[in-house]
Design a protein around this ligand. Structure first.
Ligand SMILES: Cc1cc2nc3c(=O)[nH]c(=O)nc-3n(C[C@H](O)[C@H](O)[C@H](O)COP(=O)(O)OP(=O)(O)OC[C@H]3O[C@@H](n4cnc5c(N)ncnc54)[C@H](O)[C@@H]3O)c2cc1C
Length: 308
C-alpha cells in the first residue's frame, strides 16, 4: 500500500527525484530481506530539502538509507525510504590536499582503494566496511584499526525542519557505533574528512587487513556485519570487554537457524540470510541469542543494527 498520494508524488518528483511506489526493496539492504515500500531516490541536496519539507508538511515519516549494510528493513514499510544518490567524483581525491569535502553517498570501498593508492594515513580504519560515507558517519563505523569518527572534521546536515547546518566535530561527537549530533529525521549530506599525512605503508596495512577479514568473516553471504555490539562489564572490580562473537561461539550456537536465517558457522557474530527471510526471522534469532547470552553469562548484549 502506498504512503504517497498521486498529488504528493507530483509535488515531489522532478529530474533529481525518482519515486517508486510499493517497490521491492530487498536489494537495498546487504541482508537482502523481503521488504516492500515507497522508495524516493534523490540526486541533489536542493531536491532533498524539498522532499523533506513536503514529507514534513504531509506528516509522512521517512528514513534515509545508505548501502543498507546495517539496516534491518521491516517487511512492509510504514515510512518512505529515502535513498541518496548524491554526486561523488573520486578525481577530487588528490595527494596534495589535507582534507576532502565529500558527499554522503561516497562509497567507503572506493575511499579505501584511494587511501591505499595515495597512502592516506588514518583511512585504514574503515577497511572492509561496506557503507556510504553518510551511513558510516551515522554509525561511527570502525574496525580494530580505529573508528571513522576520528577523521571527521565537519558534517553538513539537512535537519528535519529543512535547515542546512554545518556542525564541527569535537571529542564528544562520537562514541562506540554512535553519533551524538543527529536527531530523528536529520540527514547527513556532506562531510569533511581529514587524513593524518601520507604514509606509503598504508596500502600494505589495508591489504593485510582485508585478507584477515576474508579469512574470518562470511563476506560472500547476505549479512549485515556484526549483529551485536561488544560490551564492557565489571568483573572483580576490573573492566572486561565481552566479545559477542566469542561468547556465542562458546555457547555452540554457530549454525543455529530460524527459517532461512542462521548464525554464521564462520563468524558467530554474523547472521546469514540463506534464502527468503524477513526481519521477523532476524528478530527471532536475535531474541533467542540475547536470552541465551544473558542466561549463561548474565551479560545483556545490544544489537549493533537497529531492529524495526
Ligand atoms: C560484511 C559486512 C561487514 C561489516 N563490517 C563492519 C565493521 O567492521 N565495522 C562496522 O562498524 N560496521 C560493519 N558493518 C556494518 C555496516 O557496514 C556499517 O554500519 C556501515 O556504517 C553502514 O553504512 P550504510 O551506508 O550501509 O548505512 P545504512 O545501513 O544504510 O544505515 C545505517 C544507519 O545510518 C542511517 N543513515 C544512513 N545514511 C545516512 C545519512 N546520509 N544521514 C543520516 N543517517 C544516515 C540510517 O538511517 C540507519 O539508521 C559491516 C556490514 C557488512 C555487511
Amino acid at each position: 500500500m502506498s504512503l504517497l498520494s498521486s498529488n504528493q508524488i507530483s509535488q515531489i518528483q522532478n529530474q533529481d527525484v525518482e519515486i517508486t511506489i510499493d517497490a521491492d526493496l530487498s536489494k537495498f539492504s546487504t541482508m537482502k530481506l523481503v521488504c516492500f515500500g515507497d522508495l524516493i531516490k534523490v540526486r541533489s541536496v536542493s531536491s532533498l530539502k524539498d522532499v523533506v519539507l513536503i514529507l514534513l508538511k504531509e506528516k509522512i515519516s521517512y528514513k534515509v538509507i545508505g548501502w543498507g549494510a546495517n539496516f534491518i528493513l521491516p517487511k512492509n514499510l510504514d515510512f518512505a525510504l529515502i535513498k541518496l544518490e548524491l554526486p561523488f567524483d573520486k578525481k577530487s581525491l588528490t595527494i596534495d590536499k589535507e582534507e576532502f569535502t565529500l558527499s554522503a553517498s561516497a562509497p567507503l570501498n572506493v575511499l579505501t582503494s584511494i587511501a591505499a593508492k595515495l597512502g592516506l594515513s588514518g583511512w585504514e580504519v574503515f577497511t572492509g566496511v561496506p557503507a556510504s560515507l553518510g551511513g558510516a558517519i551515522a554509525m561511527n563505523a570502525g574496525t580494530s584499526l580505529g573508528e571513522i569518527g576520528e577523521l571527521i572534521k565537519e558534517v553538513t546536515i539537512l535537519r528535519s525542519n529543512g535547515h542546512i547546518e554545518k556542525v564541527l566535530m569535537d571529542s564528544n561527537s562520537f562514541s562506540y557505533r554512535k553519533n551524538h549530533f543527529l536527531n530523528e529525521g536529520d540527514i547527513i549530506v556532506e562531510a569533511t574528512v581529514r587524513h593524518n599525512g601520507i604514509n606509503q605503508t598504508i596500502g600494505e596495512t589495508i591489504k593485510t587487513y582485508l585478507q584477515k577479514r576474508t579469512e574470518s568473516q562470511p563476506l560472500k553471504e547476505k549479512t549485515c556485519g556484526c549483529m551485536f555490539k561488544n560490551t564492557i562489564t565489571e568483573i572483580n572490580g576490573n573492566s572486561v570487554t565481552c566479545r559477542a562473537g566469542q561468547y556465542i561461539d562458546i555457547l555452540g550456537l554457530k549454525g543455529l537457524s530460524s527459517g532461512h536465517m542462521r548464525i554464521s558457522p564462520k563468524h558467530a557474530n554474523f547472521m546469514e540470510n540463506r534464502g527468503i527471510s524477513s526481519s521477523e526471522e532476524v528478530k527471532q534469532l536475535v531474541n533467542f541469542t540475547v536470552e541465551e547470552l544473558e542466561f549463561h553469562y548474565g551479560v545483556k548484549f545490544e544489537t549493533e543494527v537497529h531492529l524495526p
